[in-house]
Design a protein. Structure first.
Length: 570
């Protein structure tokens, strides 16, 4: 937790309409952005921004959130052409995981960089990294280059998203922050919704090809560059020398954070599929993963090779009941989203034989309900105020919809399944963007709000990585067993690579009915059972969300004041 002297450091705002630079303290900023508050806290936002600045920030929020969501899902319908172009079925999962992994690994690092680097140049760096990453993906000559481009994509997306969050926290009043976050969630969800459709459409066009699923980011993001001079050059610590600030960063924490996520992903994706579970390679991977996680936890808690003020994770916030439990609620949303978005299309591909674009349409009820819930949760939070109700309702719906989907069979009608997905989407949207609106009201200190924004982003993205690799490990291991058992005793029916192609949902000789319809039927039935079984994970995290709701205070948020207490340790 930062000292009182650190909390009073000036915030620098430059780039207003008259191009004059002003030095104001955090306390003065608090006063200026609350001018015009009404007693009910529902007055329109009046941040200390000129109209062009405000318009530029809104556009940055809209486009930044949209492309972040789009690049999460744009690979869903282009895996087959990517595999046809490069081969290497064993590396194909990393094209998806690399984006989320790089994103989750760099979020806390961007939070610390933002502590001394003006946000405008930081936004420029992040945007350029995203654009360059997209260009590398589109022009990739090999699958390794494609994975590297996706990782750079993820780094840029993390920076753009974080900068937008910091501006929102700084310039939105408590009653308006939930609504701004609803806009962010809406654009992010629209990006997710359009990703499979746009990517699949490009892949089906022989003149565009799958490469334009990545190139399309360029015309979307390049127009943001001229807007960057309009946004304020907000700096939290304008007087600290750059070299001193860089040396004070928690480099050990950043390396351990990145290594832990990467090793966990490697261990889960390779165990049982590429290496037997009890093989020396698997044991070595898991030993390294557990050791890295232990070192990371110890280094951040004590802290080691850093200080309490500079360590990577906002440990004091994790001791606050509200910030911790709302972050756990966000984790359940991101876990549910990851499993639903990646495995529902695969279910319809196997169970119904639906082509890629058709499988994407089955996600429309989930996404539509998610968008509706995001909008309603943000708009109604200043009116309902009892945020505990959100998490209790979401947890109940997670458990209900997750169990119904886990019990689904290949003969369950499409309308019934899409009804279950609607319930699940609404539950996901209730808690997807809600946490920052709550903590932005509860916390008083400005630096704590920035830490809360970073914690919220980590709660959205780290569970996506973990959920994808955990679900992938379960699916790959159980799926391999199912397919191997189905083709046992039929020599030459399918090679190991053809089985892996089948598990990825690609066109595989395993599904050629002319070979043996009975075997194909057993494979399809077995794989759909494996996929629906993954929704028991949703039931478990739904119980966690309900438990988090039970642990929250029964209190009404007060949007007419900045927070309950400046001390986050309770």
């Amino acid at each position: 937790m930062e000292s009182p002297s650190e909390k009073s450091k000036p915030v620098s705002l430059s780039g207003d309409a008259s191009s004059q630079k002003t030095e104001i303290t955090v306390q003065a900023l608090e006063v200026s952005r609350n001018v015009g508050d009404t007693s009910d806290g529902n007055a329109p936002p009046k941040p200390s921004l000129s109209s062009p600045q405000l318009a530029a920030l809104i556009v940055m929020n809209i486009i930044g959130s949209y492309v972040s969501g789009y690049d999460v899902s744009n690979l869903a319908n282009i895996q087959a052409p990517v595999y046809q172009a490069f081969g290497h079925i064993e590396l194909l999962p990393w094209v998806s995981v690399a984006y989320a992994l790089a994103n989750a690994a760099t979020i806390p690092f961007f939070r610390k960089i933002a502590g001394f680097c003006p946000l405008r140049p930081l936004a420029c760096f992040a945007l350029l990294a995203f654009i360059v990453g997209a260009a590398i993906c589109g022009a990739a000559p090999t699958i390794i280059v494609l994975i590297v481009g996706r990782a750079l994509n993820g780094v840029g997306a993390a920076g753009v998203y974080q900068v937008n969050q910091y501006y929102n926290v700084t310039f939105c009043r408590p009653a308006d922050l939930p609504r701004m976050q609803s806009l962010v969630g809406l654009c992010w969800a629209l990006g997710i919704l359009s990703g499979p459709a746009i990517g699949g459409a490009f892949a089906a066009n022989p003149h565009a090809t799958w490469r334009w699923a990545f190139y399309i980011n360029l015309p979307l993001c390049l127009p943001l560059l001229p807007l960057l001079p309009l946004i304020p050059a907000l700096s939290l610590s304008p007087s600290t020398p750059l070299l001193t600030s860089l040396l004070s960063l928690d480099w050990a924490g950043f390396l351990l954070h990145s290594f832990s996520l990467t090793l966990l992903s490697l261990s889960l994706l390779l165990s049982g599929t590429h290496f037997p579970w009890l093989s020396p390679a698997t044991i070595t991977l898991w030993t390294a993963t557990l050791l890295s996680l232990l070192l990371y936890t110890t280094q951040q808690t004590l802290p080691l090779l850093t200080t309490p003020a500079t360590r990577l994770l906002p440990i004091p916030l994790l001791r606050n009941r509200t910030t911790l439990l709302t972050a756990l609620g966000t984790c359940t949303s991101s876990t549910t989203y990851a499993i639903t978005m990646y495995y529902t299309p695969l279910f319809f591909s196997f169970a119904r034989g639906a082509p890629p674009l058709a499988t994407a349409t089955h996600l429309l009820p989930f996404i539509a309900a998610l968008i509706l819930a995001v909008l309603l949760s943000g708009a109604l939070l200043p009116t309902i105020r009892y945020y505990k109700l959100y998490y209790l309702a979401a947890g109940t719906l997670y458990i209900l919809a997750g169990a119904l989907l886990a019990l689904t069979t290949p003969t369950t009608p499409d309308a019934t399944i899409m009804g279950y997905l609607t319930i699940l989407g609404f539950a996901t949207g209730l808690t997807w963007q809600t946490a920052l609106g709550i903590t932005g009201t509860v916390l008083r200190d400005e630096s704590q709000k920035f830490d809360a924004a970073a914690l919220q982003s980590m709660a959205q993205l780290v569970p996506v990585v973990v959920a994808l690799v955990v679900a992938g490990c379960v699916y790959q291991n159980r799926g391999l067993s199912v397919v191997r058992a189905a083709v046992a005793g039929r020599e030459g029916f399918a090679t190991e690579e053809e089985i892996r192609e089948a598990l990825a949902g690609l066109a595989s000789p395993v599904f050629e009915e002319r070979r043996d319809r009975e075997v194909v039927g057993r494979v399809v039935e077995g794989l759909t059972g494996v996929i629906t079984g993954l929704f028991w994970i949703v039931v478990v995290v739904g119980g966690g969300c309900f438990g988090a709701g039970l642990g929250m205070r029964w209190e009404a948020l007060d949007f007419r004041r900045r927070g309950r207490s400046g001390d986050v340790e309770e």
